[in-house]
Ligand binder design. Sequence first.
Ligand code: SF4
Length: 369
Amino acid sequence: MVAHSTIDETIEGAPARYWHALDDGRIQCDLCPRFCRLHDGQRGLCFVRARRGARMMLTTYGRSSGFCIDPIEKKPLNHFLPGTPVLSFGTAGCNLTCKFCQNWDISKARAFDRLQDLATPEQIAQSAVESGSRSVAFTYNDPVIFLEYAVDTAKACRARGIRTVAVTAGYVCAAPRAEFFAQMDAANIDLKGFTEAFYHRLCSAALAPVLETLEYLKHETDVWLEITTLLIPGENDSPAEIEALSAWVMEHLGPDVPLHFTAFHPDWKMLDTPPTRAGSLIEAREIARAAGLRYVYTGNIRDEDTQSTYCHGCGARVIGRDGYDITGWRLTAYGRCRDCGARCAGVFEGSAGSWGGRRRPVVPGGLRL
Ligand code: SF4
């Protein structure tokens, strides 16, 4: 591993891992299933991994589009240290091309005009400690494309007792996937739809590698896993598709992986598609629960009934939520229902935090371009 601890090094970028030279003189990136093949000076589709001479570089190492302390429920993670603050940041670029992107100002950034904040991994970890954050989240844009920066930051966090969270589409090859998630304590995987046609047409990507990542996380790691599906009217919200998605989760991941159905708002290249009705989210939740999933939530709307957590043993509301506020708590310190003793799946330590819905910007390194 290359250690990066100075601002000069972070401004220059860092050597990238996961690539090899081809016989025709190009270099192939092996980080994600796009396998970009680059001549000198070219960038990959994600824009942040680039060929310089005979090697690949991560051009955004140490640079961020901003740091903010968020509620952990905003990632969304409902079963991972509920109510606690998480220091969140992203960089620029993305390895998917979703026409419905809800963060396009960051993910589509090209001139790096958004990358104003400079921070080393050590500075980020220290900022998390000083701000009272329980975890650091790699989010806003997909962290697999800035793997080297995320991994170094995660190691610095763990050395200080700070947990780590990845919010990602899970579109990554097997070897980098293992390195990346070995440093993560929790992940929310964006399962964008449940057909290859959807992934191909709207994201220029494929579903199968994402399903592989989900199975890998559940069966081969200790990473706490939740899933989010943004329901887009007329694109991925048919009852048949939601039934198929839910049945797959039940069969391949089991009943305890939380599933979030969140509302789309018109954005990026899908400005003519209407926003998701609250009723659609609630219906999707019913379908998933009927398939046997225990923890299914609506998101991007406000509805305490469908955003609270219920005991799978007795049906008691064990975690009440109103927006990002925890309104009820009936779990023991180790996550058991106070009424019947059934265990609620997740990572619980003591009682809930009280961070609520606050968002507080911070500048970990104190340096801005
Ligand atoms: S990580 Fe970026 S450069 Fe590498 S294959 Fe994926 S899109 Fe291409």
